[in-house]
Design a protein around this ligand. Sequence first.
Ligand code: SAM
Length: 222
Amino acid sequence: MRFSFITLFRELMECYFQDSILKRAIEEELISIDFHNPRDYSKNRHKKVDAPKIGGGAGMLMTPQPLIDCIRDMKKEDSWVIFVTPAAKRFNQKDAKRLSQKRHLIFVSGRYEGIDERVIEKEADEVLSIGDFILTGGELAALCMTDAIARNIPGVLGNPDSLEEESFENSLLESPAFTKPNIFEGSFVPSEFLKGNHSKISALKKAMAIYRTNYYRPGLKA
Ligand code: SAM
């Protein structure tokens, strides 16, 4: 699967792929990544990509021409263009799974006070937010979504079973988990976990997952 990133700041993103699971996924050709700078497409003689808002308001917006030319230059028939913005539906685990079926995702990251709305109207297949807060740019949001999507691509995770036990499966948060030692600073691993009765352990995990979900995220929908 191919991930393309339209960004003014590729250096902020590249480092994320230089280690760990996504680095291995690139080496094993399960995913590929590429970066594109709208500034390279600007027809302005100073290569500007921003301008003041029309109608007033603080800050600058990314102008249509460089972005539109950049997107159209790289878009193919099987591409799916995602604009990351706080003014959108919140990305979730279901989206991560759905988008992991695509062949080519193009993430468009805004900067300044965002992007001229006409670019989004003309080019977006989808607009997604990572949460109800404002970042200085879309790069982190695009990386969050890419990471969550990539780990759903077969082969990217060493152990695919990890996906089934995680939070948001069955509309539940994951139950608390423990490792060695059995006693740490006076705190015990729940004794049922040590007895090896798998049906009792999974019943306990389910009960703890329900309790935790009701406490932190009542009404959670995956
Ligand atoms: N003025 C915009 C608003 O209030 O909706 C915020 C612009 S923000 C400073 C600049 C860019 O960061 C946005 O164009 C978007 O690409 C990105 N961004 C900021 N917060 C985000 C979020 N929660 N989810 C996704 N992208 C975000």
